[in-house]
Ligand binder design. Structure first.
Ligand SMILES: CC(C)(COP(=O)(O)OP(=O)(O)OC[C@H]1O[C@@H](n2cnc3c(N)ncnc32)[C@H](O)[C@@H]1OP(=O)(O)O)[C@@H](O)C(=O)NCCC(=O)NCCS
Length: 168
């Protein structure tokens, strides 16, 4: 699997799974029904932010290949908080559970270390998102705390949001 910097041309392949994941209402607090342009502005901000895509297979013409997931990363806070990074991840539902998220997480850790960040903070990991919580713990993140009831989950109602942190 290749993880590379995303280009504008990739957005049309990212937006369908971005929309599917946000509209599912289980993992992200982005507004539902965002237009493609509004979603792109959130997911592909300008430098110092970096957006990457994970590609599986040999090329788009090969069955099962194409963009399987994406991550976006940058400073968690401006100014005096800018030495801590943050990141967001989305793996296309058909490609979940096959190691794509782990590969993207590893890439974010590599990038943040190489860029000189001192740690990585995830601000809003939904406590019922067992795959994400499991994966981030496996990659060295710990739960700093949980904001009770901060996420309105489509199926479970008010659930907590974890702040997770990994020093670098
Ligand atoms: C969370 C997400 C990024 C994980 O990516 P993924 O490609 O599905 O996960 P991976 O295949 O890399 O699996 C990573 C680990 O999680 C585990 N895992 C996967 N699905 C799981 C589940 N439903 N429950 C528990 N663990 C799970 C895997 O077993 C693996 O652990 P292991 O290596 O110890 O066996 C992806 O599922 C996703 O995009 N979900 C929707 C959006 C989202 O939740 N983004 C993250 C917000 S914090």
């Amino acid at each position: 699997m290749l993880v590379r910097t995303a280009t504008e041309a990739d957005w049309d392949k990212i937006y369908p799974f971005f929309k599917q994941i946000v509209d599912a209402g289980e993992t992200y607090a982005y507004p539902e029904g965002l237009s493609s342009d509004a979603a792109r502005a959130l997911w592909m901000p300008p430098s110092p932010w970096l957006t990457v895509v994970a590609r599986s297979g040999a090329g788009d013409a090969t069955p099962g290949s194409g963009i399987a997931g994406s991550a976006t990363m940058g400073p968690n806070r401006p100014g005096r908080g800018a030495h801590i990074a943050t990141a967001s991840f989305m793996v296309a539902p058909h490609a979940q559970g096959q190691g794509v998220g782990r590969r993207l997480g590893e890439r974010v850790i590599e990038w943040a270390g190489a860029t000189g960040y001192r740690g990585i903070q995830f601000n809003a990991v939904v406590e019922t998102n067992t795959a994400a919580v499991h994966l981030w713990k496996a990659l060295g993140f710990e739960i700093i705390g949980t904001v009770p009831g901060a996420f309105d989950h489509r199926r479970y109602g008010a659930v907590g949001l974890h702040v997770m942190f990994r020093p670098l």
